[in-house]
Each structure stands twice: as structure tokens, then as C-alpha cells.
Design a protein around this ligand. Structure first.
Ligand SMILES: Cc1cc2nc3c(=O)[nH]c(=O)nc-3n(C[C@H](O)[C@H](O)[C@H](O)COP(=O)(O)OP(=O)(O)OC[C@H]3O[C@@H](n4cnc5c(N)ncnc54)[C@H](O)[C@@H]3O)c2cc1C
Length: 342
């Protein structure tokens, strides 16, 4: 759907270029696509860190109207820049936001690839979400391409770090983020993680439209039968992101309270608070620990060329996390008796 809107913006002449993230050496980078084929070729989610800087330079250098696709913090950054820079203000005319649970470091994809046989340094490409209409859309499958062009695939759920919610390789800044649905974008796109949509292997978007022009564009396409959308309310959208919102409301309040003890506390919409069930506190602490330690342990494993070291740590850390979060294993059963899951 994000690519569809970007294509429509180009096709109808509302923009001359779309800034989005495409496969480029070493793996991914922003590019400005100026034709429909290039926009379509750039579809798919890249759970990979990138920088906006080169395309901002290009937008400044080349007159025209542009749309920028990005995760919530990037879209907010674009608006802040537009406030200060009249040229960017005039040229960036649409922002298309991606819902976001958190951003990962480049080592996330690399660690998945290493586990399926592509060593660091030999990774030539990665598809984080291989589509298979026969399987539920939320069974993520990764495909890595090595330097010789051979491909290797596996489901995330069988790989260390493959449980998104556990926070492996999460960027530290995401710990204080409160924007899940790219609230400042003209239109935002996410995954409809509720049934029956989650089981539909083709994948289903949930979208929020905040721009009258885009509402009109989408409305016309619906009327012409070119686009099929069901009307849903805000509660439905929130339900599709229940875990992300819990992490960034209740979880954020707790993380802010923990930060109070150590110094700087950013001002957010939620008030710092430790008023939540012990089990949830432990889950948020475990996620924070996994985010920090995955970066460190992986770096050590990489420098020693010892994948086993990372896997050994990841398995241990995840055993504790899944016991806390899902009550799995003997430890989970014990925890369920001591501190019930809320
Ligand atoms: C880091 C990250 C975390 C996410 N977390 C969630 C989540 O918690 N919940 C949820 O519902 N959805 C999340 N998403 C969004 C989801 O993965 C899809 O991107 C979204 O549903 C749009 O899908 P689509 O099929 O409409 O996009 P497509 O039609 O495939 O188009 C995607 C567009 O986004 C661009 N793009 C891809 N990756 C990036 C990137 N990193 N930065 C900027 N532009 C990019 C592509 O170039 C393309 O133009 C996340 C995405 C990212 C990148």
C-alpha cells in the first residue's frame, strides 16, 4: 500500500520524486525514485538503519516536489528540518510514515544471515520478509544472498533474535520513543496484526490518512474499484499495534522512571511511573537488557569469528525472556506461580 500511494503520487504529478529505502551496496540506503518502476522496485520493509542525509542534499540541489517515506522518528525529523529550511519546506510536500515497533542495528540482519550460513562480510543482500501467500503473513521468513549469489532462507522464529518483541539489536533511542503509528505523517502504513488479516499470507495493511489530498486520492481509487479497503476505527488500528502501544505507554512510563535514577529524562506524553505489575516490570527490564547485550555480545562474537558465543548467550537470554513474557518452560511455570502474568 505504501508503494501504491507513492506510485499514485508520481503518476498524478503530485510529486516528481519519492525518497525511500532501496537495496544498494552495502545493503540498503535512501534513494530518490523518479519513475513508477523504481518506486515499485523499492517496495518491502527494511529493518535496517539508514541515513536521510544524502537525499536531503539531493532535494536541496534539484528543484521539484518530493514525498519522503520513513519510520516515525525520520518523518518527525523531516518536519523539524522543514521548519528551519524554507527550501525543504517548499519541496517536501508529502510524508509517508511506516508504523514502527523499533529500529534495529545493521547487526540484526547480519546475525540472521550468519545463522543461515552467510558469514559477515559475505552478505550481499537480505530480504527480511519473503512473501508466501500459503503461510500466515506474521510468520516472517528471511532470505540472505551471499557474495556468490547463492540464497539461504529460514523462518525468523527458528533463529536467535527472531522474536521481534524481545528487542534484540534495538537502537537505544527507541527506548524513549512514544510514536508507533508515525503520527506526524500525511499517511501511515502498518501491518494488520489481528485476525483474520494476520493469517492472510498476502499480507494486509492498516493505514491512517491525515491529509485531505491523500484521502481524496484513496477515495477515488476505491470508487473506481482499483483499491479495496475496509473502513475501521481508531480502536481497530490500536488493536493491530497492541504490543507496540503497550511497550510505548506503560513500558515507556516505567523506562522513564528507571532513567530518573540515572539522570536525563526526556519529556514525553506519559508520566514516569513504576506503578505496574512486577511481571511487566521484569519483561521491560529483560527487553532493555537484551537490546544492550545483544549489541555487545554480537560484536564480541563477530570479532572472534565465534557465532556459537552469540548463540549461547542469545539462547540463555531468550529462555528467560520467553519464560517472563509467555510463561514458557519450567522457569515460566514457576514464574507464573510466583508472579502471575497480567
Ligand atoms: C524498522 C521498522 C519497524 C516496523 N515496525 C512495525 C510495527 O511494529 N508494526 C507494524 O504494523 N508495522 C511496522 N513496520 C512497517 C511494516 O513493516 C511495513 O513497512 C508497512 O506495513 C508498509 O508495508 P507496505 O507493504 O504497505 O509497504 P511497501 O509497499 O512494501 O513499501 C514500503 C516502502 O517503505 C520504504 N522503506 C522500507 N524500509 C524503510 C526504512 N527502514 N526506512 C524508510 N523507508 C523504508 C520502501 O522503500 C518502500 O517505499 C515497521 C517497518 C520498519 C522499517
Amino acid at each position: 500500500m505504501a508503494s501504491w500511494v507513492a506510485v499514485e503520487l508520481l503518476r498524478t504529478g503530485l510529486v516528481d520524486g519519492v525518497a525511500h529505502v532501496t537495496p544498494q551496496p552495502p545493503l540498503f540506503a535512501y534513494q530518490i525514485s523518479r519513475n513508477v518502476e523504481d518506486v515499485r522496485a523499492g517496495a518491502k520493509s527494511r529493518y535496517h538503519p539508514v541515513t536521510l542525509w544524502p537525499i536531503l542534499e539531493e532535494i536541496r540541489a534539484r528543484p521539484g516536489r518530493y514525498a519522503v517515506v520513513g519510520v516515525p522518528c525520520f518523518i518527525k525529523a523531516v518536519h523539524l528540518l522543514r521548519r528551519r529550511d524554507p527550501l525543504l519546506h517548499a519541496r517536501i510536500v508529502f510524508t509517508l510514515g511506516l508504523f514502527c515497533g523499533h529500529m534495529k542495528s545493521a547487526h540484526f540482519g547480519e546475525s540472521l544471515a550468519w545463522q543461515i550460513g552467510v558469514r559477515p562480510g559475505e552478505l550481499a543482500g537480505i530480504d527480511y520478509r519473503v512473501k508466501d501467500p500459503r503461510r500466515p503473513a506474521n510468520w516472517y521468513r528471511v532470505r540472505a544472498t551471499d557474495a556468490a549469489g547463492a540464497t539461504h532462507e529460514k523462518d525468523w522464529m527458528h533463529l536467535a533474535g527472531g522474536d521481534w518483541g524481545a528487542g534484540f539489536f534495538q537502537h537505544p533511542a527507541c527506548d524513549v520513543c512514544d510514536d508507533v503509528v508515525a503520527e506526524t505523517a500525511d499517511m501511515s502504513f502498518g501491518d494488520a496484526w489481528v485476525e483474520p488479516y494476520a493469517s492472510d499470507g498476502r499480507g494486509t495493511n492498516v493505514v491512517v490518512i491525515r491529509s485531505p489530498v491523500l484521502l481524496d486520492l484513496v477515495g477515488q481509487a476505491r470508487a473506481q474499484g482499483r483499491l479495496r479497503l475496509d473502513d475501521v476505527d481508531a480502536d481497530f488500528v490500536a488493536r493491530t499495534q497492541a504490543a507496540g502501544l503497550r511497550h510505548r505507554r506503560e513500558g515507556l512510563a516505567y523506562r522513564l522512571a528507571l532513567r530518573r535514577r540515572h539522570g536525563i529524562v526526556p519529556r514525553k506524553r506519559v508520566t514516569p511511573s513504576t506503578d505496574l505489575a512486577l511481571r511487566r516490570k521484569l519483561i521491560y527490564r529483560a527487553r532493555r537488557r537484551i537490546a544492550r547485550d545483544s549489541a555487545r555480545v554480537y560484536l564480541l562474537a563477530r570479532s572472534l569469528d565465534a557465532l556459537w558465543l552469540y548463540l549461547f548467550w542469545a539462547q540463555a537470554a531468550y529462555t528467560i525472556y520467553e519464560a517472563l513474557a509467555y510463561g514458557r518452560g519450567r522457569l515460566g511455570a514457576l514464574l507464573d506461580r510466583l508472579t502471575p502474568r497480567p
